[in-house]
Design a protein around this ligand. Sequence first.
Ligand code: HEM
Ligand SMILES: [Cu+2]
Length: 578
Amino acid sequence: MSDTNHSSHKQSFWRTYIFSTDHKMIGLQYGFTSLIFLFFGFCLVMLMRWQLAFPGQPVPFIGKFFGEANMPGGVMLPEFYNQLGAMHGTIMVFLGVVPLAVGAFGNYIVPLQIGAPDMAFPKLNMASYWAYFLGGVTMLVSFFAPGGAANSGWTSYPPLSNIATMGQTMWLFGMVLLITSSLLGAVNFIVTIIQLRTKGMTFMRMPFFVWAQLVTAFILLLAFPPLEAAGVLQLMDRLAGTSFFMPSGLVISGQPLTISGGGSPLLWQHLFWFLAHPEVYVLILPAMGIVAEVIANNTRKPLWGLRMMIASILILGFLSFIVWAHHMYLTGMGTVISAFFQTTTMMISIPSVIILSSLFITLWGGSIRFNAPMLFALAFLPMFGIGGLTGLPLGLAIADIHLHDTYYVIGHFHYVVAPGTIFALFAGVYYWFPKVTGRKLNEALGRLHFWPSLIAMNFIFMPMMIQGLAGVSRRLYDGGASYAHAQGVLHLNVVMSVAAWALAIAQIPFIINLFWSIKSGERVKSDNPWEATTLEWSTPTPPPHGNFSTPVEVYRGPYEYSVPGAQKDFTPQDQPKV
Ligand code: HEM
Ligand SMILES: [Cu+2]
């Protein structure tokens, strides 16, 4: 358990900022690190988009800095393109979005919202961050390994990954560290939420964000171990000469491979997707949690159907474990098994639709405040809607035969994770920034960030679906230029690339805002500048070590907004009943 004497001791620089055990500092560490990784992963894809729009032409200005091994004469080699692709996916999912959604927002906000002084296991929390950090560094350093970084896609399918260059070994080591980090974090969240809720904070009084983090933690805890085991098996295949994933009789470039064989490449796919489908809910549930908080606050209304939303998120968490093979319809697994996974995939869309509908209905009749966090939260709804609905055809085997491994898939899941999840995370940054710093982010810069980002996102991802419907495969080095069937939609590559670079420019106001507002943003006039109801706004700003200056008790549900007869249009959870 955490130490009880929270407020009195003064700690050294190292203990306060580097090896901190305070959930808020660890949350900030996660936040900064993951934002840097997000930015880096985004830069990788900016380079790729040059090659896709103008295949074979030298990358202007910066091409020459990448060396003869990657870009001779500034022209990107296919080997390097594959590294960029694999590392973009890996970094965005495992080093960017998940650590930001869970490590940063979960860590900072959950203990505050349940009235706890810290996480249940502060040292474990610190270990989780440092495992993440080491995993990230391993991934980054792999670019300098002989043959460069991993280049077999973020899915790392064998046999390709088993015979890939050394970067793949580093990818596997990195993943083992990242998974370990997530497992430590997951245990901590579960124990904290179950054990450290303050007096009166019953389960049904927990904010939706806390529910989202609880279900997410369970998913991480149960889905990641199979991938960790699979990662170790692939390491054995690569380093110790085993053949867990290698079939007999493989011939590469005319040479029979000298391996014992007898393994199954499909086994990897099952183990991978057993994590990676639940993982998409790890990406999306915290995002829904953030959006729910922001929408309740800015409509000044309770969340419509909160109990049903909670039931839905629990069902989502459960069902997410039995849909994984919808990524594998083309592996010949047979119609009975396909029918099972089609059915579960259709079923899981129901709770998603319930949550989305509840959030939409909450808007009805609200006196909506269109501030920066709310704009991002509002945009999340239709964008996630497009992402979710375009997933349905993929869930049906007959449609997926055509769509599998095309750009349609890329369009689908990017709608979910980019203007979906990442917009929700932006909403969270704008919403909770005043609690962390005592200052608001600038509204005008926020709008300058939001509108161009929204437009650019749609010009990037909508054309992907059009290309995919035309049959253009994903992971093509030339963006389809050498394929006859792609010619009619090839011009869209330029549209998407220009939009992607516009999206990059649209992030400049955000970066300026972040740094400028820490020092010079408008000071908040109270600890509760948004007039919110949940407990994090009842702490001093920023919350001190130990969080609450006096013991808190909870008397009511999380979203008592505009209660008839109440003095104000919000009643904080810790306000006693009269
Ligand atoms: C709302 C319900 C959803 C359904 C019905 C659905 C369905 C699917 C299916 C069937 C595929 C496999 C397509 C193929 O390989 O041919 C797929 C791919 C993918 N989906 Fe979803 N999905 C949903 C939500 C999400 C969410 C919430 C995320 C992420 C936050 C996501 C991220 C992905 C990713 C990353 C892939 C690509 C995997 C790859 O590299 O092959 N999906 N989706
Ligand atoms: Cu899936």
